[in-house]
Ligand binder design. Structure first.
Ligand code: SF4
Length: 157
């Protein structure tokens, strides 16, 4: 990974280097879960079914570098499309920064500990099943609740 500038996460997304962009991810794993889109309304339902490459215990991709070879439709989140991906969770670092908001207090770039995303109750580690074992997606619709602080911020509390 290349050089990361001090406090690079406070810079506008457009100014980040490739390495800084990659480092912004909090590791929650939410974007590695299947969603179901209603064909009529376009509404998107979340599921607790993970991509086959996701380690369901750690919420890490098991082959991030080569993932496109195994999962051709894996979304590569880029600056150009980040605002066009409506299903990114409200906690997603890319979504927050695209909106000019600060990273959440539990983000590893602020705390120095990558496990804080798990402690904050944000990551999917230990809460999902692999698509290899799940069966029909329709049986796995869930609502992922946002951490308390997010809810307070959204309600203006
Ligand atoms: S939802 Fe955002 S922060 Fe979470 S793993 Fe995906 S890209 Fe990273």
């Amino acid at each position: 990974m290349g050089e990361l500038r001090e406090n690079f996460w406070t810079l506008p997304l457009a100014q980040l280097t490739r390495a800084e962009w990659e480092a912004l991810c909090d590791g929650c794993g939410r974007c590695c879960l299947h969603k179901i889109e209603d064909a009529d309304t376009g509404a998107i339902a979340d599921t607790n079914v993970a991509c086959k490459l996701l380690d369901t215990g750690t919420a890490q991709c098991r082959d991030y570098r080569n993932r496109k070879a195994f999962v051709p439709d894996c979304l590569r989140l880029t600056f150009a499309i980040v605002e066009d991906v409506p299903w990114l969770p409200s906690t997603c670092a890319y979504r927050l920064r695209a909106a000019g908001r600060d990273l959440p207090h539990w983000h590893y770039l602020l705390t120095g500990d990558r496990d804080d995303v798990h402690r904050a109750g944000v990551s999917v580690a230990g809460r999902v099943v692999s698509e290899d074992e799940a069966g029909p997606l329709e049986h796995h619709i869930v609502e992922w609740s946002a951490p308390q602080r997010d809810l307070e911020e959204e309600s203006g509390a």
